[in-house]
Write a protein that binds this ligand. Structure first.
Ligand SMILES: *Cc1c(COP(=O)(O)O)cnc(C)c1O
Length: 434
């Protein structure tokens, strides 16, 4: 299968090239040339299939032409060493818990899948591939842990100084080995801009085999669709599969985009909601038809503090720019910090379920919008303990830190401070590369 660029000015690429490049030469995002519907029989059977079986069927649909069957089975099996249960919150609303992976956030699946795919394509080559990733918190930890110890790959995590939680920070600054953390004196948008500049630096990119593990990379965002097939399958099994509304707390829109691919493949979802925090560029786009990116502002749901969502271009491409078509399937919501806190508090009191600040945006948007006869599924994208202070402030109860997180916090923090200008990053990378 070929992958074309959303900007339409670069030649279509193979999966291997799309994964190794990350961004197309014309700065566009890669899209698969075809989206093939899953066979009807699959949807009839999926309520009886487990996560790995479902994921393998979906993975074959995307990648079957480009990866040998045995290797693909192994990649899927190694990626999914954990489950993603749909947990009841109210009678009609369930939480799809995407946080049962090693770093307790949903990006683990995409990061682990991408690491294994990159290793597969790089096998037998003598080069080192260098992965650059900008993070507002969770991407860095998922990517660093997904790639830790993977042969032939080195990872640089760029994160905004003082803007990620201590728990998030220690998940990518304490690992060592092939992982280096770069503490940037700037915002997440500055980090993202630095990564983009490095990719546009043709000379550096080619010499260092630079690639991106942000959700612009097809190997990272496409596998996230596994979650939605499994989520819908579980709702069907519970008898709640009809008129299903799926709500995704969104920042860079990679996660919801993978769900939209699922829908194109026939996944029975009635409509979707993209829940934003105060960084609501997409919400405003749905209202007005005008897309105006703007600098991000810090919120309690910091993994969604994005002022110019990189996957917006993919959504536009999927719908051929048809604003009405987008609006008739996806609605938006904007949730401010005080509503995040009150939602965590109320959901805990009424339903005994502890939300994290991102899941709180999803739950709030879904509950406000659900109509009679509809059932709802929202993504709970991070474990609440990752945002301990916020969650405890809302629930007034102490939250236990899972073993996996506690282990990270015992490690020694190591990071390299850098300014937000591109020259500093370039010099640093050049030194490392020798
Ligand atoms: C990354 C992230 C999001 C946003 O996902 P996108 O794919 O960028 O829209 C939401 N919640 C958490 C916890 C995240 O880490």
């Amino acid at each position: 299968m070929k992958y074309y660029s959303t900007n339409g000015k670069s030649a279509p690429a193979s999966l291997k090239d799309a994964v190794i490049r990350g961004l197309a030469p014309d700065r566009g995002l890669y899209m698969p040339e075809r989206i093939v519907p899953m066979p009807k029989g699959f949807f009839a059977d999926m309520a009886e299939m487990d996560f790995k079986e479902i994921a393998l069927a979906v993975a074959r649909n995307f990648f079957g032409e480009d990866i040998e069957e045995k290797a693909l089975e192994r990649i899927v099996r190694d990626t999914l060493s954990f489950d993603t249960p749909a947990v009841k919150v109210t009678d009609r609303i369930h939480s799809l818990e995407l946080f049962h992976g090693p770093t307790l956030a949903f990006k683990d699946v995409g990061a682990r899948f991408m690491a294994r795919l990159l290793a597969y394509f790089n096998e037998g080559e003598s080069r080192t591939v260098n992965v650059l990733v900008a993070t507002s918190g969770d991407t860095g930890s998922a990517v660093a842990n997904g790639f830790l110890g993977v042969e032939g790959v080195r990872v640089f995590v760029l994160y905004p100084k003082g803007r990620v939680s201590p728990i998030q920070e220690c998940q990518f600054t304490t690992l060592g080995q092939n992982i280096t953390a770069l503490e940037i004196d700037g915002s997440f948008d500055d980090c993202q801009a630095l990564v983009k500049s490095a990719f546009m630096d043709e000379e550096l990119r080619e010499r260092m085999f630079l690639t991106s593990a942000n959700s612009i990379n097809v190997a990272r965002f496409l596998p996230q669709s596994f979650y939605y097939f499994h989520g819908v399958a579980q709702m069907k099994k519970k008898g709640l599969g009809d008129n299903l509304v799926v709500c995704v707390p969104s920042g860079n829109f990679g996660n919801i985009c993978s769900a939209l691919f699922g829908v194109r493949m026939g996944l029975p979802v009635k409509r979707m909601i993209a829940a934003n925090n105060r960084n609501d560029v997409f919400f405003q786009y749905l209202r007005t038809g005008v897309y105006s990116p703007r600098p991000s502002i810090p919120t309690l749901a910091n993994a969604m503090d994005v002022g110019d969502p990189s996957n917006f271009a993919r959504i536009i491409d999927l719908y051929k720019g048809d604003w009405n078509a987008i609006r008739s399937f996806i609605s938006g919501a904007t949730v401010d910090d005080s509503t995040i806190l009150s939602t965590i508090r109320e959901c805990h009191e009424r339903n005994g379920y502890i939300l994290d600040p991102h899941g709180a945006c999803g739950f709030r948007a879904l509950e406000d919008s659900l109509e009679d006869g509809e059932n709802g599924l929202f993504c709970e994208t991070a474990h609440p303990a990752k945002f301990k202070d916020t969650v405890e402030k809302a629930t007034l109860e102490e939250i236990a830190i899972p073993e996996r997180l506690a282990t990270f916090m015992k490690g020694e923090k190591k990071s390299v401070p850098l300014s937000k200008d591109y020259g500093a990053l370039r010099d640093f990378l050049q030194d490392v590369n020798g």
